[in-house]
Design a protein around this ligand. Structure first.
Ligand code: KG4
Ligand code: ZN
Length: 329
């Protein structure tokens, strides 16, 4: 089954062609990060307009790189939520328009489910049950995937998402947007043990909280203006990584599931990846860590879910709406 996937939930315009939910034939991502950088975050209206300008070229490029024509496809999948309403509408409208014109089935996809399926592309033999940590700019979630299409949200953030905390702390430190990669880079030259920032809600269930950690960083820097920015970045990053990894392992223990997976933009973080590789080496759980281009927003993961959704549920009606606050499970 060959599926064209489309992703426009935030500030990446992406299209990809994937075979049988696992083999990527092409994956094109046009990032708008430069457009939003001067505002210090994603401006929804600018994102929607940029998606409109980019979407046709991105889809065409994905088809050309895959060596595929519309006639070679079996379905078109697009993310219906969660995300920015105007941004989602662009990808979904494009998918529906192609569906209407070509007669190909349209399949609506959940953005978090797509992040989860990135691991299936990374390891084509991977099957549920799994526990997934989805850590992005808008969400921090622990999800048990018991079977394809069968999810339990085990924990989520009660305030800021992990990526949001990276972005806000980076902005406070004057590191620009997007903040996660900037902190990641700077942290390489800092000491992660220099400052003992709090590990919020560690050992306290499977929910997360990052807003207090962000405030702790701000208060510390105001009190210690002489502190090295690289040490602040490394210490802040270490606190986030400790909490994320602890809770992911706790979720595996509580569910008895022995395969853990990470996805979402923050899963591109080098300290988090290094720690997860240590966990894998320890051997108590199996770790599947998608490559960085599969962790950040992309459409290959959307096409991958689309194949499963089409077989399980059939096509989605063309009057199906976008749902900005769509929940999983
Ligand atoms: O999944 P994603 O590409 O888009 C959303 O669905 O939100 O995640 C974007 C988030 C941003 O907050 C960005 O700062 C963060 O992922 N991010 C990182 C890194 N790369 C991206 N955070 C920490 N370290 C990174 N290397
Ligand atoms: Zn995402």
């Amino acid at each position: 089954m060959r599926v064209l996937g489309i992703e426009t939930s935030c500030d990446e315009t992406a299209a990809a062609v994937v075979d049988d939910g696992r083999q990527v034939r092409s994956s094109v991502v046009a990032s708008q990060a430069d457009l939003h950088a001067r505002y210090g975050g994603v401006v929804p209206e600018i994102a929607s307009r940029a998606h409109v300008e980019l979407i046709c070229d991105v889809i065409e490029q994905a088809l050309v790189e895959a060596g595929a024509a519309l006639a070679d496809l079996d379905a078109i999948a697009a993310v219906r939520g969660p995300g920015l309403a105007g941004a989602l509408l662009v990808g979904v409208s494009a998918a529906k328009a192609i569906s209407l014109a070509s007669g190909l089935p349209y399949v609506a996809v959940h953005h978090h489910e797509a992040h989860l399926y990135a691991a299936m592309i990374e390891d084509p033999h991977l099957e549920p049950p799994l526990v997934t940590l989805v850590v992005s700019g808008g969400h921090t979630l622990l999800i048990a995937m018991d079977a394809h299409g069968c999810y339990r949200v085990l924990g989520e953030t009660v305030d800021d998402a992990a990526g949001e905390a990276f972005d806000k702390v980076a902005r406070f430190l004057g590191l620009g947007y997007p903040g996660g990669p900037a902190i990641d880079r700077l942290a390489h030259s800092g000491d992660p043990a220099a400052i003992a920032f709090p590990r919020p809600m560690r050992g306290d269930g499977l929910d997360f909280s990052f807003s207090g950690l962000k405030t702790a960083v701000v208060q510390y820097v105001r009190k210690h203006p002489e502190s090295e920015v690289a040490d602040v970045a490394a210490s802040f990053q270490a606190a986030i990584v400790d909490v994320l990894v602890d809770k992911l392992l706790e979720a595996a223990r509580e569910t008895g599931i022995d395969t853990v997976v990470a996805g979402g933009g923050v899963a591109a973080n080098s300290a988090l990846r290094a720690r997860l590789l240590d966990v894998a080496a320890a051997g108590t759980v199996r770790v599947v860590l998608p490559s960085i281009s599969l962790c950040t927003d992309n459409a290959a993961m959307v096409a991958a879910v689309g194949a499963y959704r089409l077989v399980a549920d059939g096509p989605t009606a063309l009057d199906d709406p976008v749902v900005p606050n769509l929940r999983l499970g």
